[in-house]
Design a binder for this molecule. Sequence first.
Ligand code: SF4
Length: 333
Amino acid sequence: MVALPWLRWYKRERRELPWRKTKDPYPIWISEIMLQQTRVAAAIPYYERFLERFPNVEALAAAAEEEVLAQWSGLGYYSRARNLLRAARLIVQSGGFPRDYDSIRTLPGVGDYTAAAIASIAFGLPRAALDGNVIRVLARLLDERGDIGSAKTRKRLAQAAERLLDRKRPGEFNQALMELGATICLPREPQCPRCPFAAMCQARRSGVERQLPVKRRAVQWVRVAKTLLVIRKGDRILLRQRDAASSQMAGFWELPEAELLPRAVLGERLATVAHTITNHRYRLSIVSATLRRVPRGFSWIEKEELSRIPLSTASRKALASPHFSPATCCGAR
Ligand code: SF4
C-alpha cells in the first residue's frame, strides 16, 4: 500500500515525545491535560516526574490533593491538577479508563478537543481533534476567512475536520495536523515548501496563507505591577498560604505581597519577573525585606520544603531567578 504524503511526512518528521511511545490512555490523558496551556518543551519534565510519582490511575486516585498540586507547581492553571485527581478517582470507582468518546468527555477537565485526542490516539476512534494549531492549519488548507473566534466558523472547521479525517488512522492523522501546526504551518512564517499538504492548500494557492486564520477579537491585556517580598530567617523563607476557600489557587503557598506587610522594611531589588495568567500580564518586583513581627497567616518554610509544597507559579519563578542558589528551591525542579 502506498503511504499518504501526510503519513510519510509524520512518520519521518515527528518529534519523539515521551507520550508518543504509548497507546495507554492514562499517560496520553496526562499529557493532553498538561499541554492544554503549556508548551511541549516545558511540559516534558513535568510529565516525566508526574508519571514517575503517579505511574497509573490508581496511584493518582490514591494521592492527596496537596501532593498532586505540589507535582503540578510551576505549570499554572491548577484547576487542571484538581480535575485530574477528581477524574482519576471517578475512573477507579467505575472500574477503569472509559473507552468511548462520550464517556471520556464526561471526565472533569476534559473538553471536546481532549476527549477526541484521547479517543483517537489511545483507542483508534474516528474523532477529529481541533486545538489551536489544527484550527490554523485547517483555516489555511480550506482558505477559511471567517473569524475563528466565532462559533459559526468553528463549526464549519469542525465539520471539515470530520470530513478530512483518515478513519483508518485517526490518531496519527490528528497528531500529524497538530505536529504540522507546531512545526511547519507556523502562525507568522508557514514553511509551505516543506508541507505535505501543500498541493491541496487553498490559502497557499490564493497567496493568503499569512493572513489566515482571521481572529477579530484581540486579547485585551491587563497590566499589573506588584512587589513580592523575600524575607528570610536562616534557611527559612516567609510564605503565605492561600485560604482553602479562596476562589483562586486555594491552598497554594506564595511569597507575600508588599501591601500585605506594611511594617516590612524593604531592602534591595533582587529580580524582576514577568508572569502571565489568562489576559493579565504581571510585572513582579522581587525585593528582599526584613520584618520584626510576623502577623497571623504567614509561616516560615524550610528551603528543602519548597519542592514538596504547592507553590504558586509566580513565586516559583521568582525563587528560580538567577539571584537565588539552586538549593533555594524550585529552579532545580
Ligand atoms: S501549505 Fe503552507 S499554509 Fe498551507 S497548510 Fe501547509 S504550511 Fe500551512
